[in-house]
Design a binder for this molecule. Structure first.
Ligand SMILES: [Zn+2]
Length: 324
């Protein structure tokens, strides 16, 4: 008996040693920007695809640079995130085709009202739309009207989370506004609202915190000002290691405020610049005297520019492992 046990112990340690001898397969999250012009960072760029190591693909804020549901860059989309209802995030119009127009002046002449580009993509791909506040009811109604499944619109309101395909999704504070443009409402009500200059109410704008199956925690700021939650919730509670930070100024934090958020509040390992509302790069290089350059100079953490179509990979600790 003792001999058998000893034999098993030796056999097991041998198997374990053999396992260690093989290289550990990379368990990285892939991040691919779907911007206005291949290889550049352009004014309208919002959309990012996050691909979990398990193959699940998440589209964040399709905006106007994804050329509708037919955009071949999309591939399969399991989950769509919409930080808030403004047209440059949910997609009130979109590119005719990928890379149409110029970086400064993209051809976003295809209207997506009253459906939104997010809903059109969800209907075509069978994606779940995960939002906070009172946005899920809006998306459920649009999915239903388009012949889709309203149950594909899922709620993740502040404080809780929902797990889809192994990815934990939570919404967090974004100090911004979140009016629904009457163009999505239509009819007499939409017309009257437009004339009165008021928007529909679907609650607060949001940011997101995602936890991927490799353990990486990512903060997607959405449009926001500076908020204490970036320290107390995003850093202290969730421990975000990768941040996607909006730096556009005027509508959101500008480069100076965004750098304060990153350096003093969130303190991630890596940050991806977003929503600069400018031509951020020329031939793939950061444009001198741009907001993007100003933020990169102020940021104390590793800072990456989302060049359309260029995939970056991040490990569980928020380090860029490839493509940066
Ligand atoms: Zn906005």
């Amino acid at each position: 008996m003792a001999v058998t046990k000893r034999f098993i112990r030796i056999a097991m340690s041998g198997a374990f040693g053999a396992l260690l001898a093989f290289p550990v397969l990379a368990q990285n999250v892939k991040v691919t920007p779907l911007g206005g012009i291949e290889g550049e960072f352009c004014p309208q760029d919002r959309a990012l695809i996050f691909e979990d190591p398990n193959g699940t693909r998440v589209l964040y804020d399709p905006g106007r640079t994804v050329a509708g549901a037919q955009d071949p860059r999309l591939g399969k989309i399991d989950i769509i995130l919409v930080s808030h209802m403004h047209g440059d995030h949910v997609g009130n119009a979109h590119n005719k085709a990928p890379n149409s127009g110029t970086c400064e002046s993209p051809d976003t002449s295809v209207s997506a009202v009253p459906n939104t580009s997010a809903v059109e993509i969800a209907l075509a791909k069978g994606s779940k739309i995960v939002t906070g506040s009172e946005m899920p009811a809006f998306f459920a109604a649009k999915l239903k009207a388009g012949g889709g499944n309203p149950a594909n619109s899922m709620l993740a309101r502040f404080g809780g989370s929902v797990t889809v395909n192994g990815i934990r999704i939570a919404t967090v504070t974004a100090m911004h506004s979140n009016g629904v443009d009457p163009d999505y409402i239509g009819g007499d009500l939409g017309k009257m609202m437009k004339e009165a200059g008021i928007a529909g109410d679907v609650g607060l704008a949001t940011g997101y915190v995602l936890k991927f199956t490799n353990g990486l925690v990512a903060y997607l700021s959405g449009d926001t000002g500076i908020t204490a939650d970036q320290e107390f919730v995003v850093r202290d509670h969730y421990g975000a290691k990768l941040a996607v930070m909006n730096i556009g100024d005027g509508f959101t934090t500008g480069p100076v405020e965004a750098a304060y958020v990153i350096n003093e509040l969130v303190k991630p390992v890596s940050v991806i610049v977003s929503h600069a509302n400018e031509v951020g790069t020329v031939q793939g290089k950061v444009r001198p005297n741009s907001k993007t350059e100003a933020f990169m100079k102020l940021s104390k953490v590793r800072t990456y520019v989302p060049l359309s179509g260029k995939t970056m990979e991040f490990d569980n600790a928020g380090n860029c492992a490839a493509g940066c």
